[in-house]
Design a protein around this ligand. Structure first.
Ligand SMILES: [Zn+2]
Ligand SMILES: [Zn+2]
Length: 166
């Protein structure tokens, strides 16, 4: 797949590289949508905005816990749209993390661009819980010489590994 589009807004907005079959939006189409008053009016009409410190929840339909709107023909997560509308950019190798852990929230103050690994570690998933564990099931420290990290990212306790081999 060749990826030639380099407009600063487009890549981060889409959040992922599109399948090769799908045509890319025309240059400028994303920006034209985002910066139109009509789009912004319709967008914020579907958000329950509150105080700066509160969660501003998306009132529209959710899929996988996240709201989406069409931007230049593409379904785009609403928290990414809100973040860009607030004047932030999202570097293309980063993902947007909900610091409040509320997926419906589009309050730009609650969003932060982080690496995808960081995002996983902060989350509530199994990988995140596993990563926060500091010792193996038998109590050996996951660190220093005793730690081996497998190519898939899982940690192995060398003491236990040696014990099993004996
Ligand atoms: Zn929030
Ligand atoms: Zn161990």
């Amino acid at each position: 797949m060749t990826w030639t589009w380099t407009a600063p807004l487009l890549l981060p907005l889409l959040g992922e590289l599109p399948p090769a079959r799908r045509p890319l939006p025309k240059p400028g189409a994303v920006e034209a949508t985002l910066f139109s008053g009509e789009f912004q009016e319709r967008f914020w009409a579907r958000v329950q905005t509150g105080e700066p410190g509160e969660c501003w929840e998306w009132q529209g339909a959710l899929s996988d816990g996240y709201g989406h709107v069409r931007v230049a023909g593409r379904s785009t997560p609403v928290h990414r749209v809100a973040y860009l509308l607030a004047g932030h950019t999202i570097p293309e190798d980063l993902v947007l993390d909900h610091r409040c852990r509320n997926r419906r929230c589009v309050n730009p103050d609650h969003l932060e661009a982080v690496t995808s690994r960081e995002n996983i570690l902060r989350g509530e998933g199994a990988a995140a819980r596993a990563a926060r564990v500091s010792h193996c099931p038998r109590g050996h420290w996951y660190g220093g010489e005793n730690l081996r990290v497998r190519p898939d990212g899982r940690r192995v306790c060398r003491a236990c590994e040696r014990g099993r081999r004996r």
